[in-house]
Design a protein around this ligand. Structure first.
Ligand SMILES: Cc1cc2nc3c(=O)[nH]c(=O)nc-3n(C[C@H](O)[C@H](O)[C@H](O)COP(=O)(O)OP(=O)(O)OC[C@H]3O[C@@H](n4cnc5c(N)ncnc54)[C@H](O)[C@@H]3O)c2cc1C
Length: 504
């Protein structure tokens, strides 16, 4: 087959199976047979691939092919091919596909062809002085963080494996130790459904230095492609954070009786500028699961303090004084002594180094991240955003306890304090295949109870994509998104994702 086959245009109505088979045949000519996986039967109909495992034990969808381009040019030609076969399955883009806890590589709906961008691994440009990097979807947080070691900048890293994608996580609105990852997105290079390649937001100018200001002029377009099925991202300009000269982590312990007071105190220290980055508050279940130590009903908070070599002791001292004066905490330590795996891991991540996360995976699952989906372990996330007040965080904890009482399924929780006004209330549960249905029923209940309380998730797992319509406060906003999808993708070249509205 030659490259000219990719220009074949669909002229007659076809069934999805044959149109998909023809599109796959043409796309295989683009990426090469070694980078295309699909089955076409004797009648020329594409068949779903053998179903793959995912650690969430979410329902496996019908995926009709996987295409792994090596370059943006190849990815672009694949999109153009699928745009010419309107009856074919839509494309589902993934970066490294490690969306563990939310469905991993599974698409939200059946009948897709996966466009796996994990082999686009170029760090195209990096400017440590000015604080940005341009990366492709296969660039992992471990690799970019390692490039920055010893420099004046660092990456905002997550607690997930070092092999996870910077772009995939940011597009999912993932959460790092220093900010929500979308806050790091300066600009995006996007393939539109007709194959046009556009850049939105800030992008480096090859001839002169422009301020690294993401908003530009006019409506912001980059956010249109976050949690989005309007385009496929082939590169991103991401923010690199200034590395503080000195950093310390202050660990606090408190009991559930002091939860409201403790969370209000943490908020007050954020307001006062006494703590930096994203304060993290683990309950006992999460602490013990990730390799730390906490007694029943105990919480462990990890607060980051940034400073200079001359100021850091004073700044930590001021915070410790505040902690003691509040009376809400049973223990305070500045991490010099008694370090467990969670302490070590948190300190590394606040400093932009995700390399110890794999040890947490080994402790939590007894396996490497690479083998997680096939390991037989189960793992689910539920990710509501809650108002950042002691009362609201305590209400979220009570809902979590109610789920344990009603279903027998105990989620662990980590509160990521993203701002003085909202916090990411991460609920996770490890389970076995035997408990699968019980745990998924508990997740359904979590959706019901948290939505009723007004604590809506900011990310969805593949089995709860339908919730997006129930959760949007204004149906007009969904209708607007549907109009945008129809305008940009009239032939359904990109498959509907967990957050989108199918093209009509
Ligand atoms: C123990 C543990 C700890 C974790 N800690 C964290 C954490 O601290 N913070 C956190 O956020 N997550 C965490 N996770 C969840 C998850 O592993 C990460 O979010 C991970 O970064 C997502 O996988 P990925 O980077 O491979 O992205 P992908 O799976 O490749 O992408 C995620 C989604 O983004 C979209 N997408 C991806 N690439 C493109 C593209 N090129 N164009 C358009 N759309 C695209 C797709 O909808 C895709 O499903 C954790 C998981 C585990 C098991």
């Amino acid at each position: 087959m030659t490259a000219t086959d990719t220009t074949v245009t669909s002229t007659t109505p076809r069934t999805a199976g044959t149109a998909t088979a023809e599109a796959l045949r043409a796309a295989t000519a683009v990426v090469g047979p070694a980078r295309a996986r699909h089955h076409v039967d004797a009648t020329g109909t594409a068949l779903p691939l053998v179903r793959s495992a995912n650690v969430s034990m979410a329902r496996s969808r019908d995926v009709f092919g996987v295409l792994r381009p090596r370059t943006v040019a190849e990815a672009r030609r694949v999109v153009q091919v699928f745009d010419r076969f309107p009856g074919a399955c839509g494309l589902q883009a993934i970066s490294t596909g490690h969306n563990w806890g939310l469905g991993s590589r599974e698409p939200a709906h059946d009948d897709v062809v996966t466009l796996d961008l994990g082999d686009l691994t170029e760090i195209r440009a990096l400017d440590v002085d000015r604080g940005w990097a341009v990366v492709e979807p296969g660039v992992t947080q471990g690799r970019l963080a390692a490039r920055l070691a010893g420099t004046s900048r660092m990456l905002n890293v997550t607690n997930s494996a070092s092999t996870t994608s910077v772009i995939g996580n940011a597009l999912e609105r993932g959460v790092g130790f220093r900010a929500q990852r979308t806050d790091d997105v300066l600009g995006l290079e996007v393939l539109l459904p007709d194959g046009e390649l556009v850049r939105v937001g800030w992008w480096p100018d090859a001839t002169r230095h422009t301020p690294v200001y993401p908003h530009g002029l006019g409506p912001g377009l980059a956010d249109l492609f976050v949690q989005s099925d309007l385009g496929i991202v082939t590169a991103a300009a991401v923010r690199l954070l200034p590395r503080p000269q000195a950093q310390r982590v202050v660990r606090l312990r408190f009991t559930d009786a002091g939860l409201v007071e403790a969370m209000d105190a943490v908020r007050g220290w954020l307001v006062a500028g006494l703590v930096d980055a994203v304060p993290k508050v683990y309950d006992a279940a999460a602490t013990n699961r990730y390799g730390g130590e906490a007694g029943a009903g105990e919480f462990v908070a990890h607060l980051c303090v940034d400073g200079t070599d001359r100021t850091i002791d004073t700044l930590v001292g001021l915070l410790v004084d505040e902690v003691r004066a509040s009376g809400a905490f049973t223990e305070v330590s500045a991490y010099e002594e008694d370090r467990d795996l969670v302490d070590v891991d948190v300190a590394h991540n606040f400093a932009g180094d995700p390399s110890s996360n794999d040890a947490v995976f080994a402790k939590t699952f007894g396996t490497t991240p690479a083998g997680l989906d096939e390991s037989g372990h189960g793992w689910l996330f539920f990710l509501p955003m809650v108002p950042m007040t002691g009362t609201d965080v305590a209400a979220a904890h009570r809902l979590k306890e109610r789920i344990a009482t009603e279903t027998g399924v105990r989620f662990g929780s980590v509160v990521h304090v993203l701002s003085t006004d909202y916090a990411d209330f991460v609920m996770s549960v490890r389970f076995t295949a035997a408990d699968r249905d019980q745990v998924h029923a508990a997740l359904d209940l979590a959706h019901e109870l948290f939505a009723e309380a007004g604590f809506r998730p900011y990310r969805l797992d593949v089995d709860h994509a339908a919730w997006v319509d129930r959760l949007d406060p204004d149906p007009g906003a969904r209708a607007l998104l549907a109009r945008l999808k129809t305008a940009l993708d009239p032939r359904g070249t990109i498959a509907p994702n967990r957050y989108g509205v199918p093209a009509r």
